[in-house]
Design a protein around this ligand. Structure first.
Ligand SMILES: [Fe+2]
Length: 235
């Protein structure tokens, strides 16, 4: 099992009950029916529901106690998020990522702060036991090397995407990527700085993940410390 501190991500199996998986899939199906992808679309398709307008995925977050689970990884229980991302990959999607990216820089948060967070939580509603089923690709350990890169240059180098590879992701040693695997009902936790990207899908079933980007209390004020000390908010 990958280790969140050493590898920058981990997968917690069997978080959701069968009933919770089914409830999550109903919400996703309803949202996609309300906001469908174009008929001929394959590959990734995203929705970004904000909870002030649509609280269904806030209720789901509470129902599966994602805050409690994340609180076992983070030094503090995260604040409740105000939005989620519905991420589906529609097969067939023949694709190998050319490189990774970091979230939250293109575009930046409305306040000019880079869109950092304490932890990415991906709730898997469909099976991802096999590779090449729309699995997330990650480059293990890059959260530490990206943190060292920012400690050398200062945290504000995070927003200087012109100094990075186009992902955007900095020019650091990436190592070899791996596809994250696990059963439906698992939760992926990933570090903000971890190199990652969307993978291809050679299977038949639509891959469905709900992402929540979690912030500990005070994260937005201390983001410079967090990105230069990447283990700061982890237990
Ligand atoms: Fe991403």
């Amino acid at each position: 099992m990958p280790d969140i501190r050493a590898d920058g991500y981990t997968v917690v199996p069997s978080v959701l009950t069968a009933g919770q998986i089914a409830a999550g899939r109903r919400i996703v199906a309803d949202m996609l029916a309300e906001d469908p992808p174009p008929a001929d679309r394959t590959g990734p398709y995203f929705l970004w529901p904000r909870f002030d307008a649509d609280g269904r995925l806030r209720d789901f977050y509470r129902d599966i106690d994602l805050a409690g689970l994340a609180g076992r990884v983070l030094t503090q229980t995260p604040e409740e998020p105000d939005a989620a991302q519905v991420a589906v990959t529609l097969p067939p999607f023949s694709h190998r990522p050319g490189g990774p990216h970091v979230d939250g820089l293109t575009p930046m948060a409305p306040d000019g702060r880079p869109g950092t967070f304490s932890l990415l939580a991906g709730v898997w509603l469909t099976d991802q036991s096999e590779t090449d089923r729309g699995n997330l690709w990650v480059w293990p350990g890059t959260h530490l090397r990206f943190g060292a890169y920012l400690a050398d240059r200062g945290a504000d180098a995070l927003v200087r995407v012109d100094e990075m590879n186009p992902g955007p992701y900095p020019k650091i040693d990436l190592g070899e990527p791996t596809q994250v695997t696990g059963a439906a009902g698992s939760v992926l936790f990933a570090h903000y700085l971890l190199a990652h990207n969307i993978g291809g899908h050679e299977g038949d079933e639509r891959r469905e993940t709900i992402y929540y980007r979690l912030h500990t209390p005070g994260h937005r004020e201390r983001w410079r410390d967090v990105v230069t000390h990447p283990l700061l908010e982890l237990r």
